[in-house]
Design a protein around this ligand. Sequence first.
Ligand code: ZN
Length: 119
Amino acid sequence: MSEEPAKGRVLMLDMEPELKSDVPDQACCQEMHNNLRNSDLYLGYNKRTREYFIPYKIDCGGGVYLLTYCPWCGKLLPGSLREKLGDILFDELCLDDFFDDPNMPNEFKTDEWWKKRGL
Ligand SMILES: [Zn+2]
């Protein structure tokens, strides 16, 4: 068995301009909602990509580990929309920057884009 972390679930910190946590409109349970809102734990939510994550210690290279299940209630969390967002930004809108393209419509800077599409 490998000691390496599951690379598919890890996003390196340099991919994000800043690592901050949002609070989802609806969480799977009250514990998740409270812990995201209180930010006492190393736990985060990215509303733009719909990703729940645990940040890596900075001396371990930074980055985040994406959560698949809620640690409190055990429910399967909604999947990441990072790939879908990239498809839209690069293939459909022909933008150059995932985070900060001057031509990016405002809906793609928040969770508006995936809510509007019923994802
Ligand atoms: Zn939960």
